[in-house]
Design a protein around this ligand. Structure first.
Ligand code: SAM
Length: 244
C-alpha cells in the first residue's frame, strides 16, 4: 500500500482497489483468486487475467447477477455466509479472496470471514473493501427503512434503480468498522486459527452530498477534521487485509 502511495482519502481507495489487488497478487505470487460478491461487475476481464497469469472464480449469492457478468469466467452462485460455502466453492482452493462493496450486504460477517479462512490455503490472503459506520450517510442508510433509502438514492442517482446499471442491495453493516478494537477480535477468531497479519486501512469522505450545496460544504469540513484526527468512528470506507 505504501508503494501505491496510500493516503486516507476515499477517492484513492476506489481508484487503487484494483491496483492494490494486482500489487498484492504479484508481491506474494497469488495465482488462484476468488472474487466474492463480484456480481455483474467483476474486477478483471479475461484478457487481464491472462496477462496477469491468474485464474479467478467469481462468486455471488445471486445467479441473476452472475448471468449479467461477462462470459468466460468460472462462476459459483452461493451465499458466502452459508455453512456449506467452503465445500461449494472449494475448501483451501484459493491463494487470494477479495471483495468490494460486499461486506455491508452480508448479514453475518463473522461467518463470511470464517468461510474465507476455510477457502484460503494456509498463508493465503483476504482483502475486503467496504463502507464503514458511522459515516453519516451510511449510518442513515442503516437506520432508515430500506424503501425510503432506495427512494432517496434513486432520486439523486438514477442508475441506482433496480433495473439500472448499479442497483442498490439491502445493507446491514454488520462489523463494518475501521477501528481495530472492533475488528481484530472477530478476525482473529474467524476460522480455527484465525487470521494473522491483519492490516486495516481507513478512508474518509464520499460524494453522496455533492449535489446539495450547503450539506456538501458542512460535510467537507467535518470530513477534513475527521481525516486529520483519524476519527475511526466516522471513517467512510476501509480495506481489511489479512493472512490465513
Ligand atoms: C453492491 S454489489 C457489489 C458488486 C461488485 N463487487 C462491485 O463492486 O461492483 C454487492 C454484491 O454482493 C452480492 N451479495 C450480497 N450478499 C451476498 C452473499 N451473502 N454472498 C455472496 N454475494 C452476496 C450481491 O448479490 C451483489 O452482487
Amino acid at each position: 500500500m505504501e508503494g501505491l502511495g496510500y493516503p486516507t482519502d476515499w477517492q484513492w481507495a476506489w481508484e487503487n482497489y484494483k491496483p492494490a489487488v494486482v500489487a498484492i497478487a504479484r508481491e506474494y505470487g497469488l495465482a488462484e483468486h476468488l472474487e466474492i460478491g463480484g456480481g455483474r461487475d467483476p474486477l478483471f476481464a479475461q484478457g487481464e487475467l491472462d496477462a496477469l497469469g491468474v485464474r479467478v472464480t467469481l462468486n455471488d449469492i445471486s445467479a441473476r447477477e452472475l448471468a449479467l457478468a461477462p462470459a468466460g469466467l468460472r462462476t459459483v452462485a452461493h451465499d458466502i455466509c452459508a455453512p456449506d460455502a467452503p465445500d461449494a466453492l472449494g475448501r483451501g482452493a484459493y491463494d487470494f479472496a477479495y471483495s468490494r462493496m460486499l461486506m455491508e450486504h452480508v448479514r453475518d460477517v463473522p461467518a463470511m470471514w470464517r468461510n474465507m479462512h476455510a477457502l484460503l490455503r494456509p498463508g493465503g490472503v483476504a482483502l475486503a473493501f467496504f463502507p464503514t459506520l458511522y459515516a453519516p450517510v451510511f449510518a442513515l442508510n442503516r437506520v432508515i427503512p430500506e424503501r425510503l433509502a432506495c427512494a432517496a438514492l434513486e432520486t439523486v442517482f438514477p442508475d441506482r434503480k433496480p433495473d439500472g446499471d448499479n442497483p442498490k442491495f439491502p445493507a446491514f453493516y454488520d462489523h463494518c468498522f475501521s477501528a481495530e478494537s472492533r475488528m481484530l477480535p472477530m478476525l482473529r477468531h474467524a476460522g480455527f486459527a484465525g487470521f494473522a497479519d491483519v492490516t486495516i486501512l481507513p478512508f474518509y469522505g464520499y460524494s453522496y452530498f455533492w449535489k446539495f450545496p450547503v450539506l456538501k460544504q458542512l460535510d467537507a469540513v467535518f470530513t477534513a477534521l475527521a481525516q486529520r484526527r483519524d476519527w475511526r468512528l466516522v471513517s467512510s470506507f476501509a480495506y481489511v487485509i489479512a493472512r490465513a
